[in-house]
Design a protein around this ligand. Structure first.
Ligand SMILES: NC(=[NH2+])NCCC[C@H](N)C(=O)O
Ligand SMILES: [Mn+2]
Length: 247
């Protein structure tokens, strides 16, 4: 793992902050930053919603990548490729300085996790998804059924009246819409498909937290409009998740 001490310490503080807001019943919006921050945001809401409502949260993870490598399966050692493994308990560490601060209260169930937009999944991750029966809608499924039907199926899997944490990686969008991100992958969602996902999740009335991550304006050539476009796309996604509608 690269920089485990720093990432563990930062995500622990994020978890405390998100927990304290979600515990009061506030919807928590977190802007990132790489996707490792979801260890903190989801860890925080999972615990707060258990205490406040006695419920387990569902997570809708919109991303080109599954981010479910364990430290053992990861080829890069980047923790932003591992947050879901830590959050589901598939990766565990005893040491408090290496994510050992995550307790059962912070964890989520693989049954209440749904992926949308996948198209770059490592071999070890494919095995993890299969072995744990994790629901995943790749770009193939979106091409086949359309985003409308995919959202129906994703929300049906979660079940109605379940508190939802939406974790949206801007790299789920095609680089045409969001080029300024660390690990862009071609063949992604259109901006409208991304907005639609957020609109549908808002419409459930069950949203408790939103992450919008991997927006990195520094990753664009000077004088390029890519950084501006990426920020603009991110703002659109956030507004839709907060209830802005076209009419
Ligand atoms: N949040 C992200 N950008 N994740 C990309 C992960 C890429 C690759 N699967 C890895 O584990 O290194
Ligand atoms: Mn990600």
């Amino acid at each position: 793992m690269k920089n485990p001490r720093a990432v563990s310490a930062v995500t622990r503080r994020i978890a405390d902050q998100v927990y304290s807001h979600a515990k009061e019943g506030r919807l928590v919006l977190t802007l990132g930053g790489d996707h490792s921050i979801a260890i903190g945001t989801i860890g925080g809401t999972a615990k707060a919603i258990r205490e406040r409502l006695g419920r387990e949260i569902a997570v809708i993870w919109v991303d080109a990548h599954a981010d479910i490598n364990t430290p053992e399966t990861s080829g890069s050692g980047n923790i932003h490729g591992m947050p879901v493994a830590f959050l589901t308990g598939l990766a565990t560490e005893e040491n408090e300085d290496f994510f050992g601060w995550l307790k059962t209260d912070n964890l989520i169930s693989v049954k209440k996790l749904v992926y949308i937009g996948l198209r770059d999944v490592d071999p070890g991750e494919k095995r993890i998804l299969r072995e744990n029966g994790i629901k995943a809608f790749s770009m193939f499924d979106i091409d086949r059924h359309g985003i409308g039907r995919v959202m129906e199926m994703a929300l049906a899997h979660i079940g109605s009246d379940t508190p939802i944490h939406l974790s949206f990686d801007v790299d789920a969008l095609d680089p045409m819409w969001a080029p300024s991100t660390g690990t862009p992958v071609r063949g992604g969602l259109t901006l409208r498909e991304g907005d639609y996902i957020c609109e549908c999740v808002h419409e459930t009335g069950s949203l408790v937290a939103v992450d919008l991550v991997e927006v990195n304006p520094s990753l664009a050539p000077a004088n390029d409009i890519g950084a501006h476009e990426t920020v603009r796309a991110g703002c659109s996604l956030v507004r839709c998740s907060l209830g802005e509608s076209l009419l």
